[in-house]
Ligand binder design. Structure first.
Ligand code: PGA
Length: 258
């Protein structure tokens, strides 16, 4: 059986390396207590901690169990792009995954589908696995159309081989813990959206049903609801934001992945 992905998106946290180390030490101790691990871990810390997190992931119980991810990538590999971090730089730091098109970047920072598409291509060009975030802003009568359009534009120009290298993350914006009045989605409605995304990928992007990439759910995942999402065969893991920097809560989530 394929292991479930647990992706920790630390966002702009924690504020110090000492706190980051405490989270990792706590998770490491938990991993040490397990015989079998039912999950593959990906830690996506802020850029400033990538190098140090990588050193820790290469040692102790994390070795072979956890990978390093970045929260963003720039679309050019080199150039006069003040403030940006390129794919080759990330690769040199040991980054294997990158979150692309997170709703906080799409909506707070104005990243368009076209920008997301360019970043996706940059990740693939640099052999970094993209974790591509997709999701509607509001679940109104147009949400299906919205999702279809987002999928078509996000993956425009990608061939089948490239699509198969991606991990899809369905993250409805209204369910992200920091959104106003956030509430987690239900597994049933998440599955409905995942089905729309899958259909658009197979019909419009010509992806073979048999080779569909893994799908994650994200949005207010906690120890209270993780089992409900992970228990669905169409959901191959979760993207955890706020709860991933609370070490006790994060370990509780891991303990519920079966
Ligand atoms: P959340 O964030 O778990 O805090 O809702 C998820 C995400 O933004 O990736």
């Amino acid at each position: 059986m394929n292991k479930k992905y647990i992706v920790a998106n630390w966002k702009n946290h924690p504020q110090t390396w000492a706190e980051a180390e405490q989270i990792l030490d706590f998770v490491d101790e938990y991993l040490g207590s397990l015989n079998e691990k039912e999950f593959s871990l990906v830690f996506c810390p802020p850029f400033v901690f990538l190098e140090e997190v990588d050193k820790i992931l290469r040692t102790s119980h994390f070795e072979h169990e956890a990978s390093l991810g970045a929260q963003d990538i720039f679309w050019e590999d080199t150039g006069a792009d003040t403030g940006e971090i390129s794919g080759p730089m990330l690769r040199k730091l040991g980054v294997r995954y990158v979150i692309i098109g997170h709703s906080e970047r799409r909506w707070k920072l104005g990243e368009s589908d076209e920008i997301v598409n360019k970043k996706l291509k940059a990740a693939l060009r640099n052999e970094i696995i993209p974790i591509v975030c997709l999701g509607e802003r509001v679940r109104d009568e147009n949400f299906k159309e919205f999702l279809k359009e987002q999928v078509k534009k996000t993956f425009a120009g990608l061939n089948r081989d490239e699509l198969e290298k991606c991990i899809m993350a369905y993250e409805p914006v209204w369910a992200i813990s920091t959104s106003p009045n956030a509430r987690p989605d239900t597994p049933a409605s998440a599955l409905e959206s995942i089905a729309i995304i899958r259909e658009t990928l197979t019909v419009n992007c010509k992806l073979e049903t048999i080779n569909l990439p893994p799908f994650l759910y994200g949005g207010s995942v906690t120890s209270k609801n993780v089992a409900d999402f992970i228990g669905q065969k169409e959901i191959n893991g979760v993207l955890v934001g706020g709860a991933s920097v609370n070490k006790e809560e994060f370990v509780k989530i891991l303990s519920l992945v079966k």
